[in-house]
Write a protein that binds this ligand. Structure first.
Ligand SMILES: Cc1ncc(COP(=O)(O)OP(=O)(O)O)c(N)n1
Ligand SMILES: Cc1ncsc1CCOP(=O)(O)O
Ligand SMILES: [Mg+2]
Length: 318
């Protein structure tokens, strides 16, 4: 490792881009404007410049830059090759998160194939096909229709081993006794402290969506049962506010979040599945790969076999 002058932000930026440009792609120059610096620290400034050049959005470049500075202080040296991956450097809570006093109830480390489904009939169908984790993602403002569909989904998994998460409609899900609830960042933001407390007290598992570093830190603050990361690839199912993350970033996220059950989602198909599994995530969530398949049961069986055969990433066993 060549010694880098850590008082020289430009040298820090160049060293980080040189070490990680191939992996994260894109950067041809460190001259990309970093719109705002919140500190004068040269490692922070150089890292923010580098992470911006590597294509990270502002809030993630900011988050990463602080982590680079924290890592450098903690190790008493700057190592451009060491992409930050210690939760403590991101200001996260104690790991493993399941041991925290405020942790949501645990769920399996490897949730396996995770089918995200539009109605209770699909939930029952995939649960009976042996899919280990299913989600009802029923988008409706009609309270009666939501209550009916959630109750039907809970009943649909009876007699199967499927773990059922309900997307968005957390109060209805608690009332119906669902295994867990999945919330996005906006859903979390909409909760009052009292509502978050009510959710915690319910005993339901909580999964949270994330789309980058800043959102992972936000998700970690509520100590959820699992963290979902995406969209990995382009998806036509949902309009995403952020660009597809790709597997290089997903691998970095998975390493940071080791200790959480992890779910990768967004645009995964049979061809892409091995690359996603190689990142170490213990679960892959899909909509179209199952719902639009010619034979959803056969497709689910193939995917489950592929996921069973995937080796546990060494990073997950450290
Ligand atoms: C497993 C899983 N991951 C992510 C999502 C997306 O949740 P959210 O960001 O709240 O968006 P909507 O699904 O509500 O449109 C998910 N549902 N499941
Ligand atoms: C709900 C959701 N959240 C992030 S990507 C996505 C859709 C995933 O659907 P598909 O697997 O068909 O791309
Ligand atoms: Mg949502």
């Amino acid at each position: 490792m060549n010694a880098i002058d850590t008082s020289n932000a430009r040298a820090v930026a160049q060293a980080i881009v040189a070490a990680h440009g191939l992996r994260f792609g894109a950067a041809t120059s460190t001259a990309v404007s970093a719109p705002h610096f919140s500190s004068d620290d040269a490692v922070y400034r150089g890292a923010k410049q580098a992470c911006s050049a590597l294509g990270f959005i502002e809030i993630d470049a900011e988050c990463l830059a602080h982590a680079w500075r924290a890592q450098t202080e903690r190790l008493s040296q700057f190592d451009a090759s060491a992409w930050p991956d210690a939760p403590v450097d991101f200001g996260m809570g104690a790991f493993p998160p399941a041991a925290r006093a405020d942790a949501f109830p645990p769920c399996p480390e490897r949730l396996g194939l995770y089918a995200v489904l539009p109605d209770a009939a699909w939930v029952g169908r995939m649960a009976r096909a042996g899919v280990p984790t299913v989600q009802l993602r029923f988008k409706s403002d009609d309270a009666a229709a939501v209550a009916h569909e959630v109750q039907a989904a809970v009943e649909a998994v009876h007699g199967t081993n499927a773990l059922l998460f309900i997307n968005d409609h957390w109060q209805v899900a608690i009332a119906a006794g669902a295994y867990g609830i999945h919330l996005g960042q906006e859903d979390l933001d909409a909760l009052s402290p009292q509502e978050l407390q009510q959710l915690r007290a319910s005993g339901a598992r909580l999964g949270v969506s994330t789309h980058g570093y800043a959102e992972m830190v936000r998700a970690d603050a509520v100590s959820p049962s699992y963290i979902a990361m995406g969209a990995i690839y382009p998806t036509t199912l949902k309009k995403m506010a952020t660009a597809p993350q790709g597997v290089a970033r997903l691998s970095a996220y998975a390493r940071l979040l080791r200790g959480y059950p992890q779910v990768g989602i967004g645009g995964v198909d049979a061809v892409r599945l091995p690359d996603v599994l190689a990142t170490g995530v213990g679960s892959v969530a899909v909509v179209r790969a199952l719902v639009a398949a010619d034979d959803p049961e056969a497709t689910a069986a193939q995917w489950m076999a592929a996921m069973q055969a995937a080796p546990v990433s060494p990073e997950r066993t450290e």
